[in-house]
Design a protein around this ligand. Structure first.
Ligand SMILES: NC(=O)c1ccc[n+]([C@@H]2O[C@H](COP(=O)([O-])OP(=O)(O)OC[C@H]3O[C@@H](n4cnc5c(N)ncnc54)[C@H](OP(=O)(O)O)[C@@H]3O)[C@@H](O)[C@H]2O)c1
Length: 327
């Protein structure tokens, strides 16, 4: 039997990396084994991967040496950073530099860098109407990732630049802008400045399955920038799908960008800039997220209706408990 090649998965205990780790582990007859990279192998998420056969190793994105050790002997590495843990594009840049240098030092043959679009392309078109935020970024959770692309290019390591669209899981996650809140009238509502714009989205689990297909395809995707989405849906369509799944009305409240900008919520200005781009340049924005390619990579790709129906059966969403818990 030929020895399996190893995919090192940063973020394996999280959403997108977890999707990739499970895709590898589900393919027990496949050519790859899963090395799950985590800061803490003792967590339930890390143990669940170990129980399924993953090699769980400890490393920290802030510690390049630990990443080199975690990547050593692997053929592939899935690299991601978690902006929402620290809200710092500078830290994402440092962590991405560590990832690229570690991939190079460990001799990784093919990296996926989970990146983002760069707001500066749109900034040239929007001019002053797209405010520069403290720190010099316009959409900090996009721009650090996009500006980090060059670390991978410069390293010379074969890299595919994957652009995830909005994770539909945000609809279940308190604290995200997409999470429905119950209004004073008792009705659940998604409140966004999205108008009738299409919002590309994907289940994080499917993003991981696409990443696995990209690794399996090898050189076909090296050097390419790939935007992944299962569907491009309006906020009204997302609300309608949730209503159907929950058996109760979820409304879409359309609000002006200015109302979000003025909201006393950390990061509101960044989210407003993001929605300014996605709504005012909607066609261009959506064009990056290729549904046909995403489905070709992952034929099991869920539609929103399928995902929401499956989510309904998860206890977190049953009868809207997530929404009640977050009141
Ligand atoms: N939500 C969306 O709609 C969306 C869309 C596009 C892009 N994104 C981007 O996706 C990223 C979040 O991805 P996710 O939702 O999959 O994350 P997640 O579920 O919150 O999990 C975060 C993962 O990152 C790992 N991690 C964080 N800091 C680390 C460190 N210092 N060293 C090693 N591992 C570290 C964690 O591992 P351990 O805790 O086990 O160490 C965990 O596995 C963000 O940067 C966000 O901007 C999100």
């Amino acid at each position: 039997m030929t020895e399996k090649m190893t995919i090192a998965v940063v973020g394996a205990t999280g959403q997108q990396g977890g999707g990739l780790a499970r895709a590898i582990l589900d393919d027990s007859e496949g050519r790859y084994s899963c090395r799950a990279v985590t800061r803490n192998p003792a967590t339930d998420a890390a143990r669940a991967l170990a129980d399924r056969g993953a090699d769980v190793v400890r490393a920290d994105l802030d510690d390049q040496k630990s990443l080199i050790e975690a990547f050593r002997g692997a053929s592939n590495a899935f690299c991601m950073t978690n902006f929402f843990e620290h809200f710092s594009p500078e830290k994402e840049l440092e962590q991405a530099a560590n990832l690229a240098a570690a991939a190079k030092a460990a001799g990784i043959g093919h990296v996926i860098w989970s990146t983002s679009q760069d707001s500066s392309a749109w900034a040239r078109r929007h001019g002053d109407s797209l405010p520069v935020l403290p720190g010099g970024y316009r959409v900090p959770h996009w721009d650090g990732k996009a500006q980090a692309d060059h670390f991978f290019t410069d390293s010379g390591v074969a890299t595919t630049f994957v652009g995830p669209s909005m994770f539909w899981e945000n609809l279940l996650a308190p604290g995200t802008p997409q999470f429905p809140q119950r209004g004073p009238d008792g009705v659940l509502a998604i409140t966004l400045p999205a108008g009738a714009a299409k919002l590309p989205g994907i289940p994080a689990e499917d993003l991981g399955r696409c990443a696995y297909a990209i690794f399996k395809a090898g050189s076909d995707f090296v050097g390419r920038s790939v935007g992944l989405a299962a569907e491009h849906l309006t906020a009204t369509e997302l609300a309608a799908g949730l209503s159907e799944a929950l058996g109760e009305t979820v409304r879409y409240n359309d609000i002006p960008l200015a109302a979000l900008r003025a909201a006393p919520v950390p990061g509101a200005d960044a989210i407003a800039n993001m929605f300014q781009i996605t709504t005012e340049d909607n066609e261009d924005y959506c064009a990056h997220y290729d549904i046909g390619l995403t489905r070709a990579l992952n034929p099991r790709l869920q539609t929103f209706a399928e995902w929401v129906a499956a989510a309904r059966d998860r206890s977190r969403m049953a009868a809207g408990t997530a929404y009640e818990a977050a009141r």
